[in-house]
Design a protein around this ligand. Structure first.
Ligand code: 13P
Length: 288
């Protein structure tokens, strides 16, 4: 099955009150593990790369070819969208050209007028090629690919202005944070989420910083219009933890335990297990 735009899967999730998991990938193994998890749980998925991760893997085209080839060689039948996460204006344009089926243009750090002008242009370019678009209003707390954001709560009136441009789904700060949540995190701000939902007329919304948010809160967010939940840190943590245990147990020193196919296996199994748990938790399993 070829890559698909995310519009249809997100709209279905919006109507059916579940959230599409959007997993960030970092390399070949990560991508294989995500695809295995979603195929085994029959989950529609968005696989996304930050610009930094795409560069790490050799560039946007390498990512497009890798994901397409894995879908083919693994016999993946669930819908898969390949999405650019937190794209710059230039990055979003490059990904639309090279075959990503969905892009995020993150103009949240620009003054609102500039965010609107650039978002409008990317939406037009993307839609002309059948590519879905996510835009962002207000920062998301934490560190986004090296750029710290103030993490303010998004302004509902600004959200409406971006939503009215015809964006397919909208990311807006509602107290969420990228990376690990601090012990004293106040939780998601559902009052602000409800205000934004009202302002944008029920357009699907995106929850960034999905790692570590209790399912009770993600479910409530879904009931208020969130239809895509981004996950990066959580898969990185389980991978690192399983790999550390393997090495600390001295397994890399036994036989050919140093072979990357053996060394990376526990981490990979941990990614598959965690991704499946999240597909279930977001109630997207079985929806492909
Ligand atoms: P986490 O790393 O906190 O899961 O956030 C991922 C994300 O929102 C990517 O845009």
């Amino acid at each position: 099955m070829a890559l698909v735009s995310a519009t249809e899967m997100i709209n279905k999730a919006h109507e059916g009150h579940y959230a599409i998991p959007a997993f960030n990938t970092n390399n070949l193994e990560w991508t294989q593990c995500i695809l295995r998890a979603v195929q085994e749980t029959n989950t529609p998925v968005m696989i996304q790369t930050s610009e930094g991760a795409a560069k790490y893997m050799g560039g946007y085209k390498v990512v497009v070819d890798m994901v397409n080839d894995l879908i083919d060689s693994m016999g993946i039948t669930v819908p898969v969208a390949l999405h650019l996460d937190h794209g710059t204006y230039e990055g979003a344009k490059a990904c639309i050209e090279v075959g990503y089926s969905s892009v995020m243009f993150d103009g949240s750090h620009f003054p609102i007028e500039e965010n609107i002008a650039k978002s409008k242009e990317i939406i037009e370019l993307a839609h002309a090629k059948g590519v879905s678009v996510e835009c962002e209003v207000g920062g998301i707390g934490g560190v986004e690919d090296g750029v710290a954001s103030a993490g303010e709560l998004a302004d509902p009136a600004e959200c409406k202005r971006i939503a009215d441009l015809g964006v397919d789904f909208l990311a807006a700060g509602i107290g969420n944070i990228h990376g690990k949540y601090p012990a004293d995190w106040a939780g998601l701000n559902f009052d602000r989420l409800a205000e934004i939902k009202e302002a944008i007329g029920g357009k699907p919304m995106v929850l960034h910083g999905g790692s570590g948010i209790p399912f009770e809160q993600t479910k409530k967010a879904v009931s208020l219009g969130v239809s895509k939940i981004n996950i990066n840190t959580e898969l990185q943590l389980v991978f690192a933890d399983a790999t550390r245990k393997y090495i600390e147990a001295g397994k890399d020193l036994e036989g050919k335990g140093y072979d990357p196919r053996k060394l990376l296996k526990p981490g990979c199994e941990a990614i598959v297990a965690k991704a499946k748990e999240l597909c279930e938790g977001f109630e997207a399993a079985g929806k492909a």
